[in-house]
Design a binder for this molecule. Structure first.
Ligand code: ADP
Length: 205
């Protein structure tokens, strides 16, 4: 029940600029995104995204938290995947998590001298994860802020990429079935960044 409650909050919590309720049943783009501050392992969605590394065998940060909460069967399935390239993503079941699936996306390690490359790889993490979810007919997906922890990507730049890829995908034919994308932030600073930038990509109609 607590998890259910959390999910309801995640899903129903209005993001900044989302004060107006959609009229006459026509869902706006803003009805399809939320910001949720908390632990992604507690969020009950069809898929949570893991900020994984290329080996896909667990690690620190959100990766470690997801493996701990999902239980050892997640690692067993991950062993069969033969790793994953940077910028790509692979999907598994969610095991003991409230989320049905885990999409393991491998973000780039930030390098200011390779911004062209790393920004493309980070964008690809989001677009590939969204595509995987849509291909499986999943309706709700939650992202952590990929690469902005141990991998050092500046939160502002990374958030622009996350929001830009998400709005592009939700407006595309492939994204039609996706009902909700939740951005899970772990700190008050990150929450502020998402709140400030969200209206740039999801304006009120
Ligand atoms: P990366 O190696 O891709 O940088 P990290 O796990 O170090 O991945 O960090 C990615 C983001 O996930 C950071 O913003 C970090 O604060 C956040 N994070 C860490 N644990 C959790 C968690 N349990 N739920 C949601 N976000 C988390």
């Amino acid at each position: 029940p607590r998890i259910r409650e959390l999910f309801e909050r995640a899903v129903l919590r209005p993001s900044q600029g989302q004060r107006r309720v959609a009229t006459s049943g026509s869902a706006t783009m803003l009805d399809r995104v939320s910001i949720f501050k908390g632990d992604i392992t507690k969020v009950e969605v069809d898929a949570i995204v893991n900020a994984a590394n290329r080996r896909l065998l667990g690690g620190g940060g959100v990766d470690g938290a997801i493996h701990r909460a999902a239980g050892p069967e997640l690692l067993e399935e991950c062993r069969t995947l033969n790793g994953c390239a940077t910028g790509d993503a692979k999907i598994t079941k969610g095991y003991d998590l409230p989320a049905g699936h885990v999409i393991h996306a491998v973000g780039p390690v930030y390098s200011s001298s390779k911004v062209d490359i790393v920004s493309g790889q980070l964008a690809s993490c989001y677009s590939t994860s969204l595509k995987l979810a849509a291909q499986r007919s999943l309706k709700t997906i939650a992202f952590p802020s990929i690469s902005t922890g141990i991998y050092g990507y500046p939160i502002d730049d990374a958030t622009h990429i996350a929001l830009s890829e998400t709005t592009k995908f939700l407006q595309s034919e492939a994204g039609r079935g996706l009902e909700r994308v939740v951005f899970v932030v772990f700190s008050a600073e990150d929450e502020t960044v998402y709140h400030d930038l969200l209206p740039l990509y999801f304006p009120l109609p």
